[in-house]
Design a protein around this ligand. Structure first.
Ligand SMILES: NC(=O)c1ccc[n+]([C@@H]2O[C@H](COP(=O)([O-])OP(=O)(O)OC[C@H]3O[C@@H](n4cnc5c(N)ncnc54)[C@H](O)[C@@H]3O)[C@@H](O)[C@H]2O)c1
Length: 250
């Protein structure tokens, strides 16, 4: 049990087959109480009720709204008395080419992925600073490191690359307060984010670029988040950890 007496807030964690839900489940198995945040309140509560153990909560939060991030963070702090871990997982993607990106596409993708990561972190940092402890894990993507080429368009690569820069700057600024910040860069993981949008041909092309020969599964990412959220990684901050089956070795 790596997270006994710990609490974690995970954004975008209501999606049944998603990375956030798998991370919530693994953290709960390791003794943590979890606050699942997602767009739909009922879906967040249902996902929280589905976790092993007692005392988990589900809260509505659109991470693109600073006010909603602050309200949800406060509700989680009030509910648990403390938040030790933040996983900024909420994200959306769109398979567009460079010249197809309209202003509304840019806004939608950068707002959820990048602005949401900033706002939710800002909502919890005063609490973490006051306690002189905290672990923040931001979900980026291999798309940030290799310039897309898997599913998401250039605006997705840019937003996820922004998360890497934000993570490193956060790590530098927050280290004196005992708060660590790290990023995870998943490769292609089978979840609903690409559901129904991948042709067989796209799938074959993706798999041929993965030396391990398989798509990742959500638990592959959850395990990495557990490492970065727990004291196993007590001296790790500002890092970007690849979970990609070898699809980018650099
Ligand atoms: N699946 C992959 O291959 C892959 C690869 C690299 C990175 N990622 C990243 O991992 C994260 C999780 O992706 P997933 O594959 O589990 O996707 P998913 O679609 O299953 O889950 C994403 C969740 O985010 C929620 N969400 C969307 N907009 C939101 C908002 N404004 N506020 C709060 N919640 C919001 C959705 O409701 C959903 O529950 C995302 O940041 C994604 O970009 C995924």
């Amino acid at each position: 049990m790596l997270l006994n007496h710990k609490t974690a807030l995970i954004t975008g964690a209501a999606s049944a087959r998603g990375l956030g839900k798998a991370t919530a489940k693994l953290f709960a198995e390791h003794g943590a109480r979890i606050a699942i945040l997602d767009l739909n309140a009922e879906a967040a509560r249902t996902a929280a009720a589905d976790l092993p153990g007692e005392g988990h909560i589900g809260l509505p939060c659109d991470v693109t709204s600073k006010a909603q991030c602050e309200a949800a963070a406060q509700a989680a702090i009030d509910g648990f008395g403390q938040i030790d871990i933040l996983i900024n997982n909420a994200g959306i993607t769109q398979p567009l080419k460079l010249m197809q990106i309209e202003p509304e596409n840019y806004d939608a993708v950068t707002d959820v992925n990048l602005r949401g990561t900033l706002y939710m972190s800002q909502a919890l940092i005063p609490h973490m600073r006051a306690r002189k402890t905290g672990a923040i894990v931001n979900i980026s993507s291999v798309s940030a490191q290799r310039g897309g080429g898997i599913f998401g368009g250039p605006h997705y690569s840019a937003a996820k690359a922004g998360i890497l820069g934000l993570t490193k700057a956060m790590a530098r600024e927050l280290a004196p307060d005992g708060i660590r910040a790290n990023a995870v860069c998943p490769g292609f993981i089978a979840t609903d984010i690409t559901e129904g949008k991948l042709t067989d041909e796209m799938m074959q092309q993706i798999l041929s670029g993965i030396p391990m020969g398989r798509a990742g599964v959500a638990s592959d990412v959850a395990g990495c988040c557990l490492f970065l959220a727990s004291d196993l990684s007590a001296y790790v901050t500002g890092s970007e950890v690849d979970v990609n089956g070898g699809s980018l070795i650099h």
